[in-house]
Design a protein around this ligand. Structure first.
Ligand code: PLP
Length: 395
C-alpha cells in the first residue's frame, strides 16, 4: 500500500476535479472552441454542448432548462438572486428576511441592499445552528419581498428546514431563495416540488471546475438583469459563454446526483469512524452543529484550550488540510460569525476546526489525520499551558 503523506479534509472549501469531468472538459476545451452565440457550425456545436449542460443541471434539481442560468460562481449566483429579486420587487416592498449564519456572499449582498434603503431581518439560530422558524413567521410583513435561507451551512453542516420555510414563503406569496452551494450532491432537490424560487450552486463543491456556478430562477420570477451587454443567458447575464466549464458543471452534477445515496452511505461510515477515533484519543472537545439534521461530509470540533489557527498550521506541516470556520473567513482572526450566532463564546469559537470528507476518503487517511491531530493538539495544549503558567508567574 502507498505511504500516506497528505490527507485532504477540506472538501467543503473545494473538491478536486473528478477525472470523468476532466476528460469531458478536455474535449470541450480543444474541440468545442466556437462561440456559442455564433451562427455557423462551430458556434452551433458550442451552443449544443451548452444546452446539454443546462439540461443536465435542470434534470439534477427538477427544473426546466430555461430556468437555469450559468454564472461565474456561487457567490455571483447569491449576489444576483438577492440583489436582482429585491430590486425588481422594490415597488412591492423593501423588506428581506435572511439568517445570521449565511455565507458572506448572502450577508454582504443584504448589507449592500441596506445601504440602498432595504430593511433586512437576520433570523437567529439555536445552539445546533438551526434557523428559528417561528422568528421567520414573526418577521414576515406586507413589505417582505424576499426570504433567503441557506439549505445547509458551510461551517457546521446543519441542514435547514427549507421545505417548511419555502411553504411559508409560498403561502405569503414571497419569493424564496436558497443557497444550496454546500447541499448539492448530499441532499436531493426538486426545486418545483419544494417551492423554491431561486437556488445557487457552484461546480467546484462537487467535483466540477472552479469559476462556474448556476442560478436557478423559477419561470415568471421578477429579477433584474445581472450583466449588461450581449444576449447570453436569455438576455440577463451578458458575456461569452464558458462552454468547457459549463460542460464540466453538467457532468459533475450528473455524477453527484446519480451517486448521492451511495456517497452518503460512504460519508456516514467515514464520519462515524473519524468521530470515534478522535473522541477515543482526544479529550475536552465538543462537536458543533446538529447531530442528525446535517451534511454527512462535515465534522466541526472545538478543541478546548487550543487556538484553531495554530492547530491548522501544525496539521499543515503534517500534510493534513483542514479549515478554521469557512475558507473565505480564514486568514482573519475574527471568530466565525456562524459559531458566535450558535452561542459559542469567542475562545471556543476560535478553537474550532472544520473537517470535511469526500466519499473517497479512506480509513487509512483518517488514521493518518487523527494521529497528526492527536500530536498537534497535545503540542498546542502544552505550549498554551506553559504560556498560562508563565503569565501566572509573571503576574
Ligand atoms: N455559499 C456557500 C454556503 C459556500 O460554502 C460557498 C463557498 O464556500 C459559496 C456560497 C460561494 O461559492 P463560490 O466559491 O463558488 O463563490
Amino acid at each position: 500500500m502507498e505511504k500516506i503523506t497528505s490527507v485532504y479534509l477540506d472538501n467543503a472549501a473545494t473538491t478536486p476535479l473528478s477525472s470523468e469531468v476532466y476528460k469531458e472538459m478536455l474535449t470541450a476545451l480543444s474541440d468545442t472552441y466556437g462561440n456559442a452565440s455564433s451562427m455557423y457550425q462551430k458556434g452551433r456545436e458550442a451552443d449544443e454542448a451548452l444546452s446539454e449542460a443546462r439540461s443536465k443541471v435542470a434534470k439534477a434539481i427538477g427544473a426546466n432548462p430555461s430556468e437555469i442560468y450559468f454564472t461565474s460562481c456561487g457567490s455571483e449566483s447569491n449576489n444576483w438572486a438577492i440583489k436582482g429579486i429585491a430590486r425588481a420587487n422594490k415597488s412591492k416592498g423593501n423588506h428581506i428576511i435572511t439568517s445570521a449564519i449565511e455565507h458572506p456572499s448572502v450577508l454582504e449582498s443584504c448589507k449592500a441592499l441596506e445601504k440602498e434603503g432595504f430593511e433586512v431581518t437576520y433570523i437567529p439560530v439555536d445552539s445546533k445552528g438551526v434557523v428559528d422558524y417561528t422568528e421567520i413567521v414573526k418577521a414576515i410583513k406586507p413589505e417582505t419581498i424576499l426570504i433567503s435561507i441557506m439549505s445547509a451551512n458551510n461551517e457546521v453542516g446543519t441542514i435547514q428546514p427549507i421545505r417548511a420555510i419555502s411553504e411559508l414563503a409560498k403561502m405569503n406569496e414571497i419569493p424564496f431563495h436558497t443557497d444550496a452551494v454546500q447541499a448539492i450532491g448530499t441532499i436531493p432537490f426538486n426545486v418545483h416540488e419544494m417551492n423554491i424560487t431561486s437556488l445557487s450552486l457552484s461546480a467546484h463543491k462537487f467535483g466540477g471546475p472552479k469559476g462556474i456556478g448556476v442560478l436557478y430562477v423559477k419561470r415568471g420570477t421578477k429579477i433584474e438583469k445581472f450583466i449588461d451587454g450581449g444576449q447570453q443567458e436569455r438576455n440577463l447575464r451578458a458575456g461569452t459563454s464558458n462552454v468547457p466549464a459549463a460542460v464540466g458543471l453538467g457532468k459533475a452534477i450528473e455524477i453527484a446526483v446519480e451517486n448521492l445515496e451511495e456517497n452518503n452511505k460512504k460519508l456516514k461510515a467515514i464520519r462515524k469512524y473519524f468521530l470515534k477515533e478522535v473522541s477515543d484519543r482526544i479529550h475536552n472537545i465538543s462537536l458543533n452543529g446538529h447531530p442528525t439534521q446535517r451534511l454527512l461530509n462535515n465534522v466541526n470540533i472545538s478543541f478546548e484550550g487550543v487556538e484553531g489557527e495554530a492547530l491548522l498550521m501544525m496539521l499543515d506541516r503534517s500534510g493534513v488540510y483542514v479549515s478554521t470556520g469557512s475558507a473565505c473567513a480564514s486568514g482573519s482572526l475574527e471568530p466565525s460569525h456562524v459559531l458566535l450566532a450558535m452561542g459559542l463564546d469567542n475562545e471556543i469559537a476560535q478553537s474550532s476546526i472544520r473537517f470535511t470528507f469526500s466519499p473517497n476518503t479512506t480509513t487509512a487517511e483518517i488514521d493518518y489525520a487523527v494521529n497528526a491531530l492527536y500530536k498537534a493538539v497535545k503540542k498546542v495544549r502544552s505550549i498554551s499551558a506553559i504560556r498560562i503558567y508563565k503569565n501566572k508567574v509573571e503576574l
